[in-house]
Design a protein around this ligand. Structure first.
Ligand code: NAD
Length: 379
């Protein structure tokens, strides 16, 4: 039985990851460490932690003594670090929090792991390492900066972040590699493109657009909507991390991407079209609409769900034009490829939100509305 420390697993990708590995492997147990910030929600993983293979600990990755105690108590085999402040817009508002959590939090975990791994000293006083403990850092394609209209990020692309968020993630990656080079710790890093899927917090593009459509609100799009992102279904990302953690080579970076580039405007238009299609095929979904207009037949109307809802808002400061990942290395070395076609993934995602409105209400019941009004006004 291997023991995993998975940080940030009450958030979007971490929650999907623990659900995936607990279902896939019977020979592991998971300790979740999460501070439950605005982006973390215990309800997302309550069915997973109601299980002796998954233990929840509320805590901050920056807390040194707690990290040491956890490592001493559970003797982890793997650490998978998802915990982060993850929203670029919020990093523009409050950079320091991002630097603290994303860089110092990572370094604190690395240190706790390093101290836990020392098995003794050799005759010259140098540390002897316990074998078999691995640290995986979940990073992002944003560390590479922005592409023009051509080309892809490979693992050899120089790191060149532009936002406080991406700068903090790039710094954390460098600290992880420094621990590998200096202390010979077994580490891996994955740099993934934009994820979408269930449990995505509705401040990010796709769930925000779904939520606003269902509420009959305007759909805010930055600038002229031409920024390009490469979208990957979250479960495909989780599968990639599982492979890297188990079979990846120490000291290596793996790019993970969907080969699925779309402009933000395309994403919004596709989301509108998919919601209309689903509500046409399954009219029972129309009952979740908050805007209740009747059509000529007296049924709940979806005529108003159209591209006229789109509203262009002031562009994000320093908005990167295009991200696109070349995932050749992980395909060649570990046999990973993006299994979920976007046309299917977006339908699965929207259906999940239509069927899980109580989750959306729960996670947006706090200061979400205050943040939303500050960013977009109360449209
Ligand atoms: P998220 O914001 O949904 O979740 C982050 C989680 O971390 C939350 O549960 C939060 O409570 C927790 N957390 C925050 N600060 C903490 C602290 N100090 N101590 C302990 N826990 C803390 O983020 P996400 O979208 O799931 O992203 C997870 C990771 O994947 C991040 O490291 C992010 O950089 C990376 N990533 C995300 C994407 C994406 O598209 N969302 C793409 C590539 C990489």
């Amino acid at each position: 039985m291997k023991t995993y420390l998975v940080t940030g697993a009450a958030g979007f990708i971490g929650a999907n990851y623990i659900k995936y590995i607990l279902g896939k492997h019977s020979d592991l147990r998971v300790v979740v460490l999460d501070a439950l910030t605005y982006a973390g929600n215990l309800g997302t993983i309550v069915s997973d932690i109601d299980n002796d293979r998954c233990i929840f600990v509320k805590g901050d990755v920056c807390d040194r003594s707690m990290a040491e105690e956890l490592f001493a108590q559970y003797k982890f085999d793997y650490v998978v670090n998802f915990a982060a402040e993850s929203h670029v817009d919020r990093s523009i508002e409050n950079p320091q929090l991002f630097l603290t959590t994303n860089i110092l939090g990572t370094q604190n975990l690395l240190d706790a792991a390093r101290r836990a791994w020392v098995a003794g000293k050799d005759t010259q006083g140098y540390p002897l390492w316990r074998k078999g403990v691995r640290f995986h850092q979940v990073s992002t394609d944003e560390v590479y900066g922005s592409l023009g209209i051509d080309g892809y990020f490979t693992e050899d692309t120089p790191v060149c972040p532009h936002s406080p968020y991406s700068a903090s993630k790039a710094s954390a990656d460098m600290v992880v590699m420094a621990y590998h080079d200096t202390y010979k710790m077994p580490v891996t890093i994955s740099r993934c493109s934009n994820n979408y899927g269930p449990f995505h917090f509705p401040e990010k593009l796709i769930p925000l657009i779904i939520k606003n459509i269902l509420e009959g609100k305007k759909l805010p799009v930055y600038g002229d909507g031409s920024n390009v992102r490469d979208w990957l279904y979250v479960e495909d990302h989780c599968k990639a991390i599982d492979l890297i953690v188990r079979q990846g080579t120490d000291g290596e970076v793996y790019n993970v991407g969907g080969h699925n580039e779309k402009t933000n405007l395309d994403i919004v238009k596709l989301t509108i079209a998919t919601i209309r299609q689903l509500m046409t095929e399954k009219p029972e979904y129309r009952t979740v609409l908050k805007k209740k207009e009747k059509d000529a037949q007296g049924a709940i109307s979806i005529d108003w769900i159209n591209e006229g809802l789109i509203t262009f808002v002031k562009d994000r400061l320093g908005h990167d034009l295009r991200y696109a990942i070349d995932p050749t290395k992980i395909t060649r070395e570990l046999g990973w490829y993006p299994e979920t076609k976007f046309e299917n993934g977006i339908v699965k995602t929207i259906e999940w939100y239509l069927n899980n409105q109580s989750w959306v209400e729960e996670v947006t019941s706090g200061d979400y509305q205050h943040y939303y009004d500050k960013m977009y006004g109360s449209r």
